[in-house]
Design a protein around this ligand. Structure first.
Ligand code: GAR
Length: 206
């Protein structure tokens, strides 16, 4: 019997992926629980979703930067995660680049969901990038986080076709539906200690 995984979720916006993770924990699909939800936006709906379920949720504080946190603020974030005794940090629509304080404190224990088939279309609004580029297939990637932007070892990927007449919204909606399945699945594998990182590869053990 493994100890239940304590999950800390970071997000900047709506939090539908966080909802999917919390649901998967409630249903027992993930042997664990979300024990804290933190956001870099005071009014992010992700915080409401957590509070609605009685899960501690907090705004981490004002940053002077848009795409990263100053080291002191990231250190504060690390403390909040450590106080909640989390064993995994899940980035669910967290729109800042993770830097050394967090990477160091949770090495090999930070997972991100990204709305494209990496290494294609890293960065922002990847579904729009895919649509504008004219690719026929895009998808979802769940990966470990390293010091790069969307460059960490890939855990799971699933393709999403681009259909005639797709808009950015319709495509993102279908991508979201896949994310809500794939992200909890990757966390379930992590919780079961079935992921082995070797270099760029992640092997899923049986
Ligand atoms: C998701 O599509 C996620 O993949 C994306 O933001 C959305 C958040 O939705 N993340 C990134 O683009 C990170 N580079 P949600 O707040 O409803 O979970």
């Amino acid at each position: 019997m493994t100890t239940p995984l304590r999950i800390g979720v970071l997000g900047s916006g709506n939090g539908s992926n966080c909802e999917a993770i919390m649901e998967a924990c409630d249903r027992g699909v993930i042997p664990g629980a979300v024990t804290v939800v933190l956001s870099d936006h005071a009014d992010a709906f992700i915080l409401e979703r957590a509070r609605h379920r009685g899960i501690p949720a907090a705004f981490i504080g004002q940053s002077q930067f848009k795409t990263k946190l100053e080291p002191e603020l990231e250190q504060h974030l690390v403390r909040l995660l450590q106080e909640a005794q989390v064993g995994l940090v899940a980035l669910a629509g967290y729109m800042r680049v993770v830097k050394r304080p967090l990477l160091h404190a949770f090495a090999g224990r930070i997972i991100n969901v990204h709305p494209s088939l990496l290494p294609s279309f890293p960065g922002l609004k990847s579904w729009e990038q895919a649509l504008n580029h004219g690719v026929k297939v895009t998808g979802v990637t769940v990966h470990f986080v390293n010091e790069g932007v969307d460059t960490g070892p890939i855990i799971l990927q699933e393709a999403v076709p681009i259909l005639p007449g797709d808009t950015a919204e319709s495509l993102h909606q279908r991508i979201h539906a896949v994310e809500h399945r794939l992200f909890p699945e990757a966390i379930r594998l992590f919780a079961a200690n079935r992921l082995r990182i070797s270099g760029r590869r992640v092997d899923v053990t049986s």
